[in-house]
Design a protein around this ligand. Sequence first.
Ligand SMILES: *Cc1c(COP(=O)(O)O)cnc(C)c1O
Length: 421
Amino acid sequence: MDHFLYRDGKLFAEDVPVSEIAAAVGTPFYCYSTATFERHFRLFDEALEGTDHLVCYAMKASSNQAILKTLAALGAGMDVVSGGEYARAKAAGVPGERIVFSGVGKTRDEIHAALTGGLRQFNVESEPEMAVINEVALELGVVAPITVRVNPDVDAKTHAKIATGKSENKFGIPISRAREVYAHAASLPGLKVIGIDVHIGSQLTQLEPFRLAYRKVAELTETLRADGHDIQRLDLGGGLGIPYERSNEAPPLPVEYGAMVKEELGHLGCEIEIEPGRLIAGNAGIMVSKVIYVKEGEDREFMIVDGAMNDLIRPAMYEAHHDIIPVVEPTPGEEPAAYDIVGPVCETGDTFAKSRTMAKVEAGDLIAFRSAGAYGAVMSSEYNTRPLIPEVLVNGDQFAVIRRRPTFDEMINRDTIPEWL
Ligand SMILES: *Cc1c(COP(=O)(O)O)cnc(C)c1O
């Protein structure tokens, strides 16, 4: 459920008409709902009620500081995957002890910054990385709390580009080598082993792959404890999918996920950490765009809109589906049309949908891409020298621009011309 609904024939974001925001900030733009963010965070928090736990929002899904502050105020921790995200979380006021540092290639500088600024733990992805964390910790005279990310070799049954838990993926250490790697970690004086980490992929639409992975983690917990390691915390990653196509998808709910986690891991007495990104942010955002032209092709109609693949890359990158709706509610019984919905970028890949049936539109009409809150704005670029589009946050009957559209000059003036030109 989200808070983008029609009221009296107009699409609203909470209590604000989307057309009003469009008039104020121009198109295209991202629009987020505070109530939806809060609701999704709480669903996870409540799903793990009765178990010692922390929900760490995977901020790579949507990382504007206004969003981080909204979630942090509810008690969320943050899962960061780069030095930039770490700095952003700190800038938003998230205390170090609620920041988990994940990511496959943490650099010495990133490790240094996090150990200096404080963190909850590093989720270590390899032995070479473990060695560097140990070195930096010793240099600073501190002890780095770590988990090791194990790769359980399970099929997440999701898009290949976002599956991370098979042995051929670059993530974590093979679970078969875990005892050896933990023994090595325990021998390094700059590290303190506190738990195990796993994350098998994103946009999972079934519970079974999670269950298989967590069963392996439960077994490993017992083995490592028998080896003398103090395993207190299990970081289970994120990955729960959302219904991008509302009409025919029903991924498991957070409450079902939470029940499964308790079933598989509850007996171990560990603190449970989860890192949802997409499920918290995905349906909390839409991208609003304006129709520039409707063009008759040989055998189809093209709807050319002012948003493009540089603003929302998911369709081009993952063949992702987004429900696309008009901002003015279609009148019932109205004859629909089929459109290829495309952006203005000079690539055929700049196609949001093919032969999509929807209400007829005309140049100047506004449309909204639903479920665009996660992996939308954060993956945008200035390709074709198109400015990054604004982000707007709605809260009840108020809205605020939380990232404004840069001017052409601001974009262009970042270039510096060498002396010889
Ligand atoms: C991307 C990522 C997540 C979040 O995944 P979602 O599918 O957005 O929930 C969590 N943990 C790690 C380590 C990740 O890389």
